[in-house]
Design a protein around this ligand. Structure first.
Ligand SMILES: O=C(O)c1cc(=O)[nH]c(=O)n1[C@@H]1O[C@H](COP(=O)(O)O)[C@@H](O)[C@H]1O
Length: 290
């Protein structure tokens, strides 16, 4: 079956990601140039350092993993030169044909969200990868400009739903007057946008691999979402094969496990990075594709 096309004849993000996960295993490698990692890699804690760090990861792992997820914060902390470094890393990832999820976690009132959408999802924008992480806590509807631009350009969004940090439950488990939790409402609204898409839609959720039975507790239907489920928390935050299988159950085929430090700690040697990514991908495959 040929993949469905977005406006303009492009293959939508959801279909492209599904193909990449089938080809390389369901692993995303986060590009998070922490100061301690820059030091360990012999690089400066400056814009040139984060640029070199990102390019080395892309060089070592490009074409070998389903996706990269550069964390914008580690680039932004070096100002405009750091942002330029992020643009170079996104361009390098595009050049080697590996999908890029820009982890920017943006969210604002709809009119401003339109500007964020232009930055991260518009054709020709140097900050546009294949998808961006967004925050729904100004109301899911405020994300409409991003969802709409993503659909038009064949890109995707990942909406925070059940995050990997221990504080997330304060907001995400809260139950509204209708008896529905915030997490369940976010998932249900993503499901509406993904309805009928094959093999899956392009509106993903972020669900940490560390959240245990939070989906059950909050009544969040991850299967009905019919979209990609980005699962950070693998590796450095303690989640592994067992946690991935337990958290996602019947939704596991749509999961993209994400590890940053767990892989990056094996650098800067390219073979070390490749071995760590291969091991993490094998674990993710065993947990999610069995
Ligand atoms: O959106 C994310 O990627 C994200 C969501 C979440 O719930 N938890 C989470 O850790 N992340 C990001 O995933 C990465 C985790 O890094 P490691 O703990 O080093 O694997 C960081 O860039 C986080 O910002």
């Amino acid at each position: 079956m040929s993949a469905p096309r977005a406006a303009g004849g492009r293959v939508p993000f959801g279909a492209r990601l599904a193909a990449a996960m089938d080809a390389h295993g369901p692993l995303c490698v986060g590009i998070d140039p922490h100061a301690s990692l820059l030091d360990a890699w012999g690089l400066g804690d400056d814009a040139a350092g984060v640029r070199e760090f990102g390019l080395r990861v892309v060089d070592a792992l490009g074409g070998r993993v389903a996706a990269f997820k550069p964390q914008a914060a580690f680039f932004e902390r070096h100002g405009s030169a750091g942002v330029a470094a992020l643009e170079d890393v996104i361009a390098a990832s595009r050049a080697v044909g590996t999908l890029t999820v820009v982890d920017a976690k943006r969210g604002d009132i709809g009119s401003t969200m339109g500007a964020y959408a232009d930055a991260f999802l518009a054709d020709g924008s140097p900050l546009a990868g294949d998808a961006v992480t967004v925050s729904p806590y100004l109301g899911f509807g405020s994300l409409a400009p991003a969802a709409e631009l993503a659909a038009r350009t064949g890109r995707g969004i990942f909406v925070l739903c059940l995050t990997s940090n221990k504080e997330g439950h304060e907001v995400q488990h809260a139950v509204g007057p209708d008896g529905v939790s915030v997490a369940a409402a976010v998932a249900a609204q993503a499901a509406v946008l993904n309805a009928g898409a094959e093999p899956m839609g392009s509106v993903g959720l972020v669900v940490g691999a560390t959240v245990g039975d939070a989906a059950l507790e909050t009544g969040t239907d991850l299967v009905a979402v019919n979209g990609p489920l980005l699962a950070p928390g693998v590796g450095a935050q303690g989640a592994g094969e067992r946690e991935l299988a337990a958290v996602f159950g019947a939704a596991r085929r749509h999961v993209l496990a994400s590890s940053s430090r767990g892989v990056l700690a094996a650098g800067p040697d390219a073979d070390g990075l490749r071995a760590a990514a291969a091991a993490a991908a094998a674990d993710a495959r065993a947990a999610l594709r069995a």
